[in-house]
Design a protein around this ligand. Structure first.
Ligand SMILES: [Fe+2]
Length: 128
């Protein structure tokens, strides 16, 4: 979530308005994911643990920034896949449903990022 907030802030500074909005919306989506995970944890009495979240990483160009996002999304997808199959194996139905849904959303998000990378590379469609 902080990754996208930092990027939204940088895009606003660079005057790339549409990407500032887009990254802001991505941050909202990630917050929504966190909220849904917390909801299931509270509902199932799952204890909270501290988690290490890597600090936001920026880049010198839009393409470099999108590559960072891509790496992070691939890692998140791997984690959700692992979580979904773990919960399925141990019959944690609510949690399995949640992680399967989040996995699906992140796969779409990754496809969106790839589309954006292709757009940036072709020099089309991004303006401030
Ligand atoms: Fe995402």
């Amino acid at each position: 979530m902080h990754q996208y907030l930092a990027q939204a802030s940088l895009m606003a500074r660079w005057g790339v308005v549409d990407l500032a909005e887009r990254f802001g919306a991505d941050a909202q989506d990630e917050l929504d994911h966190q909220r849904r995970i917390v909801d299931v944890m509270v509902a199932t009495g799952t204890p909270f643990r501290g988690i290490d979240v890597p600090p936001p990483r920026l880049g010198r160009t839009v393409e470099a920034i999108l590559q960072v996002d891509r790496e992070l999304e691939v890692e998140v997808i791997r984690l959700y896949e692992e979580a979904a199959s773990y919960c399925e194996r141990f019959h944690h139905h609510f949690a399995h449903e949640l992680f399967a849904a989040l996995l699906d959303e992140e796969l779409h998000h990754l496809a969106d990022i790839d589309e954006l990378v292709a757009q940036v590379r072709s020099g089309a469609g991004l303006h401030g």
